[in-house]
Design a binder for this molecule. Structure first.
Ligand code: HEM
Length: 160
């Protein structure tokens, strides 16, 4: 029981680090690549970012609620009230912004690759997408920061 609990806690904490770290890392590298205005650099970075999101973020997105639910059950916390319920709402907010971002990154990668292949400038569609992608990152990241706060401080309150 103790080892099982410690293992769950460990995997949950690693998952949280992966979500925050990959999110911040991807945002940083995409913004830096965009700042070069070089389609070749943007295509290369976007290719890696798309893979990183599928491998790391997508795995953590599944692992977090599973390990979180098992932890809550072990500790006897209600899942649909208080700080866990609020975290679930914030988790849904993050997902609502993150899922479109994944598709935007794929589209930005394709547009940059087309520009490299055709030897053309990045099209207006790329620039439009970049700014939407940029804007979507703020609520998604803020929600993750909120979840971190709730998970670590575990304030006592009731939603209903
Ligand atoms: C989605 C459903 C989730 C549930 C049901 C859940 C539940 C829990 C529970 C029960 C704990 C243990 C609290 C304690 O030891 O008293 C915990 C801790 C924690 N959670 Fe979550 N969690 C979820 C998602 C997340 C997410 C998305 C993140 C971060 C992005 C996160 C980050 C953390 C952190 C940093 C801790 C503190 C470290 C620890 O005690 O293991 N959790 N969570």
């Amino acid at each position: 029981m103790t080892l099982y609990f410690q293992l769950l806690q460990y995997v949950h904490a690693i998952g949280a680090a992966v979500l925050l770290g990959t999110g911040a890392g991807i945002a940083f590298f995409m913004v830096r690549a965009h700042a070069t205005r070089d389609a070749f650099v943007i295509a290369g970075v976007a290719r890696i970012v798309v893979t990183a999101d599928l491998v790391f973020t997508a795995t953590a997105v599944v692992v977090q609620p599973v390990t979180g639910y098992l932890l809550a059950k072990l500790l006897g916390y209600p899942v649909f009230d208080g700080w866990i319920a609020l975290s679930l709402i914030l988790y849904a907010v993050t997902g609502a912004f993150w899922i479109p971002v994944v598709f935007m990154q794929i589209r930005m990668r394709n547009l940059a690759e087309d520009a490299v292949r055709g030897g053309t400038a990045l099209p207006p569609a790329y620039h439009r997408l970049f700014w939407i992608w940029f804007a979507f990152g703020f609520p998604a990241f803020a929600a993750v920061l909120g979840i971190f706060w709730l998970m670590t401080s575990r304030p006592m309150f009731s939603l209903f």
